[in-house]
Design a protein around this ligand. Structure first.
Ligand code: PAF
Length: 302
């Protein structure tokens, strides 16, 4: 496994691999790798001759300086975990290397260089984290350009992101974007790099999200097909935790996975995804579940 600290060197490595006829699978990450990331790397290693992992805590997608500054970083550990999971190349870099010659005197990327993340960025995460998806789309498109992979792997936990990144493919629709199931701890808690920042009590409180998703799933199984009714189920399940301050809810929403809409869809749904965002202590967590699909998590029970 090779570790490169320069995206241009990584680009050359990828070009060389492609020129030898190797299919490239790509797993973009912000590091702090957990089992969820490793499952993406393992899948890529199964489906591609070479697997490339990027580790870059992208400042463009953070709407809160404190979140960016406290984001866990340990590149050597991440590289070793990625290598064990089957990565052939791990690369990182600085913002000025990813956007060579594009940063202003303050070392920032001018807003006109940001990519429009498209309609999937409207509502929910896009509304609560201003500029987040423009930052994600900008770095993902750039990473795709450096690595030029055949396939790229993302986790379903970032549901809305998984829709946004499809808009970062080139005009031939490359790479193939493959969305992999959310990995869960045995408690049901969705794996996230941010879980590291939860204390014992907060880990318990975070489970309210899982309980709410289960309640919505049960309501769907019992025949509920109306988004407002299903949102009511989520809200009722979360209400006690909100009242006691154990969680601070940002949204509990239902969307039609076949057709993203910024606001709640009308009419009878034939498929549905429940999406949640909440703060537990200082940590902002998101989770989601397809209500019309079973199983909707791997590793733990939802
Ligand atoms: O999901 C993430 O870790 C990030 O949003 C991504 C896709 C690596 C872009 O920085």
């Amino acid at each position: 496994m090779e570790l490169l600290h320069d995206p241009a060197a990584a680009q050359a490595w990828c070009e060389d691999a492609r020129s030898r006829g190797h299919d490239l699978g790509f797993v973009p990450t912000m590091g702090a790798l957990h089992e969820g990331h490793l499952s993406l790397i393992r899948r890529s290693a199964q489906e591609n001759a070479r697997t490339v992992v990027s580790v870059f805590v992208n400042p463009l997608q953070f709407d809160e300086a404190a979140d960016f500054e406290s984001y866990p970083q340990d590149l050597d550990k991440d590289a070793s975990l990625a290598g064990d999971a089957g990565a052939d190349l791990v690369f990182s870099g600085r913002l000025d290397q990813f956007f060579e010659g594009e940063l202003n005197a303050a070392g920032e990327l001018p807003t006109e260089h940001l990519r429009n993340p498209g309609p999937a960025a409207l509502g929910l995460e896009g509304e609560h984290r201003q500029g987040h998806f423009a930052g994600v789309a900008t770095i993902v498109a750039r990473l795709f350009r450096f690595a030029a992979p055949s396939r790229a792997y993302f986790g379903a936990k970032d549901y809305q992101q998984s829709l946004v990144v499809r808009s970062c493919c080139d005009d031939k629709g490359r790479p193939d974007v493959i969305i992999c199931p959310t990995l869960r701890e045995s408690s049901g808690l969705a794996m996230s790099s941010r879980n590291k920042r939860l204390n014992g009590a907060e880990r318990e409180h975070a489970l309210h999200l899982v309980v709410a998703l289960r309640a919505a799933h049960a309501a769907w199984e019992a025949g509920a097909r109306d988004a407002a009714e299903l949102e009511g189920v989520l809200a009722a399940s979360l209400a006690p935790a909100v009242d006691t301050g154990e969680i601070e809810l940002e949204y509990a929403a239902i969307r039609d996975p076949e057709q993203w809409s910024a606001t709640r869809p009308d009419g009878r749904l034939t498929s549905a995804v429940a999406l949640l965002a909440a703060r537990v202590g200082t940590v902002r967590l998101i989770d989601n579940a397809r209500l019309d699909q079973v199983p909707f998590g791997v590793g733990g029970v939802l």
